[in-house]
Write a new protein. Structure first.
Ligand code: FAD
Length: 588
């Protein structure tokens, strides 16, 4: 039987590092998840690439990310002859990271065409998400351009004219540095990011039939992009979001001349410093209409939703890295004659981080599988993605801030020093919860999905299916806990449509919190059942039970989140030792 154990004696002055670790091979939980969510065949083909990127992320990429973070991009507005060029000069370390992401692994291209990483057809979203999750553990900022380029290709594929597709898709999906054009999405104006309907950018159609855009965009990430999808209001179109059209604005026109937009300056940001975010003015920039003129906002929301999930994935990656750093540190660093990991209060912090990081990884990989089902045309998956996307973005990006902050604490003084990764993780984590919709806005979107799009029915059906797999008798109380909590949420939200907005708004975040835990808990329980059926013990059921008790049945005011018995399971859980059924008794 596995029981908690102590560790090899650490050095007294240990300042442990994760340098050189393979983030894939180190993460037994993630390997299990990849295998179970991808299926054996896809996993076998994916495994060498995951192993490669795991090694790069733990070594070269992390070192490059640290350098790029300290050497942010610079705007070169004019060339030596005084011509306006609006170039963003990226540091060589960032350029090398671009090569790894776009060219070596084809992260932006793989979902659109065959042949990337030798994949016979388009690679599944689960592969893209799994690789990106590893990448995010070392570099957060660059995954914005990767996701934007990927999303631009998706939008163009879905809504673009044949002419636009022929001209631009080969560039967006290129894996050769010279052929690659990065894409982006610029909506936010001074008037607001949440209130997109207040946009003031105008589109005018000239005598030559071409649309030209006039206005300012206040946050323009991937300022170096060659192609931007943007929103503007055609002259005479109605106010609000329904009057907005989507345009593709290239940096260079087909004849090679520079399009009429300028980067006014680059922003000096707290995190994601390696990636250029600017402010842009359209001064009669040529824009090509994408899709239906009256559906710009609706189309853009599809892109935003893709970015929201991508953001949740990056936040989950930050959580995992924060956990890994903390575990490695706490095992080797000694205080009061014992490794930190043996100190009860610290062990409790680590257990909390481990459970949240593990739950987030499950939600993320299953999100990707959901996208694969949606792309294959499953109506059920489309309805589910409508509510799942804001839910995942809402909770995981918020929680990543706490987990990154906790990891900083665990490393003590060194955690506050820029030579270590912790400050970067914390700074990046703060961004995830703001862009692509900040927490309140995204929680209100979960609410809208419930009130208008039957989101709760979709979620409840998914959870019922997962819980139906769980036949292990010892897990029954936790299955019942999920079911009864879900009933409570269903009763509570049934009255939402008739409630005054002020009252309803106040419930948006508490309900989203609970729903996230129910979703994550259902996934963990089903994974626990699977592991058990594979004859690999009760490790995952133990994690599921601890997670659900922690979040759905708190132990009351002023009580610790875990008992003394529960925290003893930290290391067996972290090391993926085989755990037998007796451990489950410690959950209650
Ligand atoms: C580094 C960075 C890069 C960015 N890059 C891009 C980009 O490339 N393209 C782009 O289009 N945008 C980009 N953004 C903009 C980003 O998406 C917005 O900043 C974000 O959506 C919030 O909008 P806002 O700043 O206007 O804040 P506001 O909309 O003014 O919101 C302020 C606060 O009010 C809250 N709030 C708003 N509405 C409600 C409500 N109904 N109920 C309760 N609370 C509410 C919000 O949750 C938030 O906390 C970027 C932002 C950052 C920081």
């Amino acid at each position: 039987m596995t029981t908690p154990s102590s560790h090899d004696a650490p050095a007294q002055d240990a300042m442990p590092t994760t340098k050189g670790m393979n983030y894939f091979l180190e993460d037994r939980n993630f390997q299990f998840l990849c295998e179970s969510v991808m299926g054996a065949d896809v996993f076998e083909r994916a495994r060498p690439h995951l192993t490669d990127l795991g090694a790069i992320a733990g070594d070269e990429l992390d070192a490059l990310a640290a350098v790029a973070d300290r050497n942010p991009p610079v705007l070169r507005a004019w060339d030596e002859q005084g011509r306006r060029v609006d170039e963003v000069v990226r540091h060589p370390a960032y350029r090398r990271m671009e090569e790894i992401a776009f060219c070596r692994f084809g992260l932006a291209a793989m979902a659109h065409r065959s042949g990337v990483l030798g994949w016979p057809g388009r690679a599944p979203q689960v592969l893209k998400y799994a690789l990106s999750y590893l990448f995010a553990q070392s570099e957060f900022g660059l995954l914005c351009p990767v996701n934007m380029t990927d999303s631009c290709a998706r939008m163009l594929g879905a809504f673009g004219s044949e002419e636009l597709k022929t001209r631009y898709l080969p560039h967006l999906t290129a894996t050769e540095p010279d052929a690659l054009w990065q894409g982006t999405q610029w909506m936010t104006e001074r008037t607001g990011g949440s209130d997109v309907g207040a946009s003031t950018t105008v589109a005018r159609r000239g005598g030559d039939g071409r649309w030209r855009l006039w206005g300012d965009k206040w946050f323009t990430s991937v300022a170096n992009a060659e192609l931007a999808l943007t929103l503007a209001r055609p002259e005479g179109a109605p106010e609000g979001t329904r009057g907005l059209a989507m345009f593709l604005v290239p940096k260079r026109l087909p004849d090679g001349t520079k399009n009429a937009w300028t980067i006014n300056r680059l922003k000096d940001k707290l995190g994601s410093r390696s990636m250029a975010t600017g402010e842009v003015t359209y001064a009669g920039a040529v824009g090509y209409v994408v899709g239906d003129l009256g559906s710009g906002f609706k189309q853009m929301m599809e892109m935003v939703n893709g970015s929201r999930l991508s953001n949740a994935m990056r936040a989950a990656g930050i959580m995992r890295r924060a956990l890994l750093e903390s575990l490695v540190h706490a095992r080797q660093r000694v205080a009061f004659g014992r490794p930190l990991v043996e100190l009860p209060l610290l062990r409790s912090n680590l257990l909390s981080m481990l459970l949240d990081a593990e739950a987030a990884a499950s939600v993320i990989l299953n999100s990707a599988a959901l996208l694969d089902r949606r792309d294959a045309g499953a109506a059920e998956a489309r309805a589910l993605a409508r509510v799942w996307t804001p839910l995942a973005k809402y909770w995981i990006t918020l929680r990543a801030r706490d987990v990154a902050a906790e990891a900083m604490n665990v490393r003590g003084g060194n955690g506050y020093v820029e030579e270590w990764v912790n400050p970067r993780l914390l700074r990046d984590a703060y961004l995830g919860a703001i862009w692509e919709g900040s927490a309140n806005v995204v929680a209100l979107d979960v609410q809208r999905a419930i009130v208008k799009d039957r989101g709760l029915e979709a979620l409840a059906a998914f959870m019922a299916e997962r819980l139906g797999r769980v036949v292990e008798p010892a897990a029954k109380p936790w299955v019942d806990l999920v079911k009864s909590s879900l009933e409570t949420v269903i009763r509570q939200t049934a009255g939402w449509a008739a409630q005054p907005a002020a009252e309803r708004d106040l419930a948006a975040r508490p309900v989203a919190d609970t729903l996230y835990h129910l979703l994550a808990g259902s996934l963990l329980l089903a994974e626990g059942q699977l592991l058990r059926e594979q004859g690999r013990g009760y490790r995952k059921l133990l994690a599921a039970g601890l997670y659900l008790k922690r979040w759905l049945e708190p132990r009351g005011p002023a009580s610790p989140p875990f008992t003394a018995r529960q925290i003893e399971w930290l290391e067996p859980l972290a090391e993926w030792r085989s755990i037998d059924a007796a451990a489950l008794a410690d959950v209650d």
